[in-house]
Write a protein that binds this ligand. Sequence first.
Ligand code: MN
Length: 287
Amino acid sequence: MRRPHAEDVAKRVAAGVAVRGGIRHLADADTVEHEKDDSSEWLHVADDTRRMPVRVSELSRYDRSMATHVIGDVHGCQDELSELLDNLGATSGDRLIFVGDLVVRGPDSAGVVRRFLDGDLAHTTVILGNNEDKLRPTLDGDPTYATPAVLETIRQLSDAGILEASLALFDGFPLLLDLGDVVVAHAGLRPGVPLSEQSRVDLLKIKTINGQPDGAMWWEFYDGRETVVFGHHVFRDPLGLPKAIGIDTGCVYGGRLTAITLETGVFTSVRARATYYRHPGKAYLFE
Ligand SMILES: [Mn+2]
């Protein structure tokens, strides 16, 4: 596969880049350093199941004065989510989209999910994350994701009496949200593959093109028509490339919870109140 803009991308990241009308200066070029992750995150499971992503293009239903806020990986960080929503000052006409990974590793997965079940966030759009996707197979006895963090999340949801409701909620989350110029996916897109042919495993987990920890990241190759807003891969500062906007700034690892407002290109972040989960491959980002 050709690598159209790899050098360009590095230069733009180093220099600071323009994103949809706002200029976002990234602190350092090292925000695109390849990150080591759990072996489980890199595991290429034999999951060839393809499910047509839910395609939504309903911006025309909204008043043009509204704002569309896309929010990064929450991972049970309930306090930071509340603070971020306050800081965004979202009105009832605004649209909220979450990139997925509402749960696992953080302090209050049940509290976060409850807001989406019957609370103030019940009518927002959540993209399925790979962490939501770990729960059902684990309950079915598949040991692949039965980590302490996943088992603890299941316990939290069960203790709160919302385990079944949570699983049903997650079943309704789309793998991809198509807003026209912008698409939202948990992990990203495989470059060169049409939206309708993206695989489930790529939408949930893609990081490098070749699936190896030291391979080139997907966004170094991506040159599709749509700008992709994604989470899943932790950056110290948001990644703001013209075609790829990464907004997982590692709240659960002691970083920040970040949103981007699409109409303005402005990032809004709140600091984590604690390091809730120590990850050997991510700690260096936030020390
Ligand atoms: Mn993820």
